[in-house]
Design a protein around this ligand. Sequence first.
Ligand SMILES: [Mg+2]
Length: 291
Amino acid sequence: MAKQAESSPGFPGVPERLYEGYIFDLDGTIYLGGELLPGAGRLIPMLRELDKRVIFLSNNPTKDPREYAEKLTGLGLRTPPSEIVNTIVTMTQWLLHNHPDATVFPIAEEPLKRALREAGIKMSEKAEEIDIVVASYDRTFEYEKLQIAFDAIWYHARARLVTTNPDRYCPFPGGRGEPDAAAITAAIEACTGAKCEANVGKPDPIMLSTVLDLLELDKEDCVMIGDRLYTDIRMALDAGMPCAAVLTGETTTEMLEAEPSQDKPTYVLDRIDRLIPGQMWKDLGWFEDNG
Ligand SMILES: [Mg+2]
């Protein structure tokens, strides 16, 4: 299906060059639920062998980078926590760079709070001390936390509201899901009248600038790969970074064809290992049914 589409005029093809940095979405791109997608298990080790930098992105702030690294390693893709950038990492870095002296009230689960504590960021539950309320995906959210945020933002008129990620819900295999950070942000906005001022998750390019700082690479030397047009691809286009949509998750060729040309990704891949040039496939003896 993808190959047919690739041959039609105006439809993005596959990369015929290598990049220095490869930034991957996870679900629908590297794995689907509990299984690696075809080609992922040989592509990632090959990129590392070629001395390319690899980063995996996630908007989820309830899991520590170590947990993602363990999941990938458990699926057969040995990965150190340093190759995971989720919104725990981006929020910590964003606060350190932009508000190093701020007192923060994280509406968050333990992994984000632990990362902020370890980074030396001041935290408080006293509304009169809080400069920044961080709304996140928090399954321990309760009325008392809303009251503290309300007092800090509205009553004391001092705190600003930011969020880890703008997702409305976190999808689960089988069609269910859980309310995500957007629900917490909306509750605070509704009672205070404040507007959330920053989001450090996809599709905000803040996420990619954090990655580029960590990799010490320029955006032209990296490529962002993901399965969602309105998050992964949107973010890369807004950051001016080359990007590839992979058709193993949410996006279909029909959805791509319907996109206006300025919103189309640089590349389209029917499977993740098409990221390396076709000639390399031949040289490596790769075929679709052996990866
Ligand atoms: Mg995805």
